[in-house]
Design a protein around this ligand. Structure first.
Ligand SMILES: NC(=O)C1=CN([C@@H]2O[C@H](COP(=O)(O)OP(=O)(O)OC[C@H]3O[C@@H](n4cnc5c(N)ncnc54)[C@H](OP(=O)(O)O)[C@@H]3O)[C@@H](O)[C@H]2O)C=CC1
Ligand SMILES: O=C1O[C@H](COP(=O)(O)O)[C@@H](O)[C@H](O)[C@H]1O
Length: 499
């Protein structure tokens, strides 16, 4: 019998009535179901405070479940139950657990695994954790708990949460999701760096002049300003998603990148790297907040944002890694909402080719850049200088280009959450964040966050739909990034630029 038929699985989605559950958790569970990654005997029980019948709950998630296969969608919805109760109610949770036990026992399978997905706000993690542990843990299989950010607000609050969670669950049962670790290009980083001969020799301060990690959204807070305002862009994406990407770009080679028990090899290297990063300073940071125009409202126009808020919706900051490989190479993070485009990318800019300016006098030769575009449309391209084809002898900036949707046109690209939930089912922790990683991450960001908040630093205004405050480009430029003003355009548009 295949392994996934020998064990039953009960998935408890705590906070099932909320936004995250609807938009991410259930659609990813459906994706796993459609691709036959859920055990044959799977039950999904949603749990939250609001009372709803199964039918009402199914109706509330139905429109978020995207598939053309109506039969499968109905079958999936029939697997989804819903029960209500308080997050600290042992009695209510026990009743749900007893009901699940009956269904598990009906399968006749001896191994009964349980996954608890915490799609709930962090202030109820600990009471929920206690309730689940006491009232719903399986005694006949594994138990795994998936938790979502934010993992604290700063170092002291993280330490408090970590103490509370660690008193309930051992580390190998906790899966802290950072969904950026589930993105295709992020998952690709280990293979790209360590399974190729060409990158590792130049992956250091001798050849790389700067690394820019960019996150841009072209929408504002859209009524979610209440949540966003107490976090700001630094906590929302930099301290977690972008720092995870940075860690994988910059860490030393792990002992193993695949096979059994490799998770801690990778996570050990990430922690080691994070501990070499100096706390960020305000002098190395530009903060911005978007203002509206005739079409779009500004941040302060969002009714859910407190009047006069100085929360940054944009930030550029420089991280300095003090180790043998990277000393002197600025790692620049840029992130913002309400900008000119939606994009997440890593841009590794190389130093000028030695002697090139002497050999090609009066020619402005752009820097080589390796660009890893995480979204939209995954791509990896190396901006490379070549002679223009034909009789002409001028140089052109071109690219060695791997565009995923062209090269892997028929490959299914799962959602980040889908890959990560599948890893949980397989007990793989490499793409989840360990407790000590988070502590090291907060150590880098907390002094800056406290300074911004204590001194109420006023962010610079930038227009909705712009590239952010111009002071950001000045900071990036002063850290050695060279923006080539030429007219390079991607070959797709069938034009090239002459140097
Ligand atoms: N396979 C593919 O899909 C490929 C696509 N392309 C496309 O071709 C286009 C050009 O690519 P590329 O040259 O890599 O990217 P861009 O020209 O968009 O950006 C280059 C870098 O310069 C920064 N920048 C942009 N404008 C300025 C400015 N005025 N001052 C200072 N810095 C600036 C950008 O920052 P910021 O992001 O903050 O604006 C970015 O870091 C892009 O649309 C790219 O997606 C190229 C190659 C392959
Ligand atoms: O965690 C978050 O991420 C999203 C961006 O995720 P993406 O996969 O669409 O890039 C961001 O919009 C949100 O503010 C933040 O909390």
């Amino acid at each position: 019998m295949a392994a996934h038929m020998k064990e039953s699985l009960s998935i408890f989605v705590l906070g099932a009535s909320g936004d995250l559950a609807k938009k991410k958790t259930y659609p990813s569970l459906l994706e796993l179901y459609l691709h036959d990654h859920l055990p044959t005997h799977t039950i999904i029980v949603g749990y939250a405070r609001s009372p709803k019948t199964d039918a009402e709950f199914r109706a509330s998630i139905e429109s978020y479940l995207k598939t053309d296969d109506k039969n499968k969608k109905t079958q999936f919805l029939n697997m989804c139950l819903y029960r209500s109760g308080g997050y600290d109610s042992i009695k209510a949770m026990r009743a749900v657990s007893a009901e699940m036990l009956v269904l598990e026992q009906e399968t006749g399978l001896a191994v009964q695994n349980r996954l608890f997905y915490f799609a709930i706000p962090p202030n109820v993690f600990i009471p929920t954790g206690r309730t689940v542990k006491e009232a719903a843990y399986s005694t006949r299989g594994w138990n795994r708990v998936v938790v979502e950010k934010p993992f604290g607000h700063d170092l002291p609050s993280f330490n408090e949460m970590s103490l509370g969670m660690n008193a309930i669950f051992p580390e190998d049962e906790i899966y802290r999701i950072d969904h950026y670790l589930g993105k295709e290009m992020v998952q690709n980083l280990l293979v790209l760096r360590f399974a190729n001969v060409n990158f590792e020799p130049v992956w250091n301060s001798h050849h790389i002049s700067s690394v820019v990690i960019t996150f841009k959204e072209d929408i504002g807070t859209q009524g979610r300003g209440g949540y966003f305002d107490s976090y700001g862009i630094i906590r929302d994406v930099m301290q977690n998603h972008l720092l995870q990407v940075l860690s994988l770009i910059a860490m030393e080679p792990p002992v193993r990148c695949a096979g059994d028990n490799f998770a801690d090899h990778v996570r050990d290297e990430k922690v080691k790297l994070l501990r070499c990063i100096e706390p960020i300073t305000l002098a190395d940071t530009v903060l911005g907040q978007y203002v509206g125009n005739d079409k779009e409202e500004g941040y302060l126009d969002d009714k859910t944002v407190p009047q006069g808020s100085v929360t940054p919706t944009f930030a550029t900051t420089v991280l300095r890694i003090k180790n043998t490989r990277w000393d002197g190479v600025p790692f620049i993070m840029k992130a913002g909402k309400a900008l000119n485009e939606r994009k997440a990318e890593v841009r590794i800019q190389f130093k000028p080719a030695p002697g090139a300016s002497h050999m090609f006098p009066n020619i402005d030769i752009p820097r080589n850049e390796l660009v890893l575009r995480l979204q939209p449309q995954e791509a990896m391209y190396m901006k490379t200088n070549v002679k223009s084809p034909g009789l002409n002898t001028v140089a052109v900036s071109s690219e060695l280009d791997l565009t995923y949707h062209e090269r892997y046109a028929n490959t299914h690209m799962p959602e980040a959450y889908t890959r990560l939930i599948l890893d949980v089912l397989h007990g793989k922790q490499a793409a989840f964040v360990r407790d000590d990683e988070l502590r090291a991450a907060w150590e880098i960001f907390t002094p800056l966050l406290h300074k911004i908040e204590e001194e109420k630093i006023q962010p610079l205004p930038y227009a909705f739909g712009s590239r952010g405050p111009p002071e950001s480009d000045a900071l990036v430029e002063s850290n050695g990034f060279v923006y080539h003003q030429g007219d390079y355009t991607w070959a797709k548009s069938r034009s090239t630029s002459h140097l």
